[in-house]
Design a protein around this ligand. Structure first.
Ligand code: F0G
Length: 453
């Protein structure tokens, strides 16, 4: 069979509140023309993020009842640690309530004034956490990532020569090197196994540990299998194990590829760093065997790790992203290619070339999507990034991201998104920009207010 179906059936449904265009216009006005200020039950299809928006499986829901809520050393913790260490064999595994506390703890443990933290591309929260710990985050992604016309299949890769140069110059200021897989900031682009291996070899030659920001490790593994010749006949599980064999630690937001609504972890080998990290965990998150989570959350994560690397699930996942990207491409929407793991990225400056950047074309597209069809997307760039991040940003282009929640929407929802884009594209000359009336730095994208020009 050629048709790739959702490898699940639906047992429990969540009703969507249907709205009319007139209602949506009114709701937008009340939300000061910022879709982030809309209540989520007024949104029909929510593509703001793929984080924590996953539909858990019946097995995961059933496992919640097995969660042991003892304060320390509950069986749920050991089940979780065993599930992580099966694929990510780090000595210490510290649960956290999501990705950023793991980043904050790691940053506070390894950084000092003057530290430099290279990454292929830092995600906003890793950048912010290292900056907060007085370190300087640096992005060293390959040049292909900045070229929207490049079809290179691993645009998330680390630029090895640039990393080597930096290491030669500043070795003593670099406590660790990070690799974000997949690379969210440049379009959810994967990192190849060859690049992971080369980065690891370079790190070893300078005796500097390599840490993964591994939120979307499973999607990365699938893209390695699909696009890297030597891995076509290797199982996803073996690919995942090989990926992590090159690392010395990781931060994880389980809200993505571990298929849960909340959770994360920090894992590492270094005894001294682990001791300091556990002190931090105790101080602000909770005891080291629950880190701010309930026992039941640890159960759901343990199962989510296995379900997230299931080949049938990943095949459906990556193919549905590609289906959406190809369909948008077909109706003339400028989409970033090749399609990455978790989202489709729209080149807004190309789509709305009649709206100057100062009039927030990304917000204008967000408005149009909501007005037309009740769809909420996310602008990443001019509004989201603060000025310091912008200087470091690998792409200063205005992008709207359509992040696809896992196992939530069906193919007809994707067709609906495509129709909305097609309709907007046909009347795009009538769509105007917006003025920002309230600039709410530093949480600009969550609180800024606009009005139509
Ligand atoms: N690293 C990456 C690459 C991420 O994409 C995210 C979150 C985090 C770290 C932080 O994890 O949210 O659990 O604290 N990304 C979400 C997004 C918010 O929409 O891309 P968190």
């Amino acid at each position: 069979m050629k048709t790739i179906i959702e490898p699940f059936r639906i047992k429990s449904v969540e009703r969507l509140k249907m709205t009319t265009e007139a209602q949506r216009k009114h709701l937008l006005k009340n939300a000061h023309y910022n879709v982030v200020l809309l209540n989520s039950d007024d949104v029909l299809i929510d593509l703001l993020t793929d984080s924590g928006t996953t539909a858990m499986s019946s097995e995961q829901w059933a496992s919640l009842h097995l969660g042991d809520e003892s304060y320390v050393r509950s069986p749920s913790y050991y089940k979780f640690v065993a599930a992580v260490q099966k694929y990510m064999p780090f000595k210490y595994v510290l649960p956290t309530h999501q990705g950023r506390p793991a980043e904050r703890i790691l940053a506070s443990v390894v950084s000092q004034d003057g530290s430099i933290i290279p990454n292929n591309s830092h995600f906003d929260t890793t950048r912010a956490n290292f900056s907060h710990a007085k370190a300087t985050p640096i992005d060293l992604v390959i040049d292909e990532a900045k070229d929207p016309t490049s079809l290179y299949p691993f645009k998330g890769n680390m630029d090895i020569p640039k990393l080597a140069l930096l290491l030669e110059k500043s070795q003593q200021n670099i406590p660790l090197i990070m690799l974000t897989i997949t690379n969210n900031s440049v379009g959810g682009q994967p990192v190849s196994m060859a690049n992971i291996r080369q980065t690891s070899e370079l790190c070893k030659s300078f005796n500097i540990p390599l840490f993964f920001d591994a939120c979307r490790f499973a999607e990365n593994a699938y893209l390695i299998k699909r696009n890297e010749a030597e891995y076509q006949d290797v199982s996803i599980k073996s690919i995942v194990q090989e990926m992590f064999s090159y690392a010395d630690g990781m931060t994880m937001s389980a809200k993505k590829d571990a298929l849960v609504n909340t959770g994360g972890w920090l894992a590492l080998n270094d005894d001294h760093w682990a001791e300091k990290a556990m002190d931090q965990l105790l101080l602000t998150e909770g005891f080291i065997t629950y880190g701010g989570l309930a026992g039941r959350d640890l159960h759901a994560m343990a199962l989510g790790i296995e379900e997230g690397i299931d080949e049938d699930y990943l095949k459906y996942r990556i193919n549905s992203i590609e289906y959406l990207g190809n369909a948008l491409d077909k109706v003339g929407i400028p989409v970033h290619k090749p399609f990455g793991g978790h989202a489709i990225y729209i080149d807004v400056e190309a789509m709305f070339s009649h709206i100057p950047v100062s009039a927030h074309p990304g917000q204008a597209l967000n408005m149009a999507l909501y007005e037309e069809a009740g769809i909420r997307a996310c602008e990443i760039s001019s509004v989201k990034l603060d000025n310091s991040a912008k200087q470091q940003n690998t792409s200063e282009k205005i992008i709207v991201r359509l992040a696809i929640p896992r196992r939530v929407y069906t193919k007809s929802h994707l067709d609906y998104i495509v129709e909305a884009f097609d309709n907007i594209n046909r009347r795009k000359e009538q769509i105007q920009g917006l003025n920002m009336t309230l600039d709410a730095h530093p949480l600009r994208q969550y609180a800024a207010q606009f009005e139509p020009i």
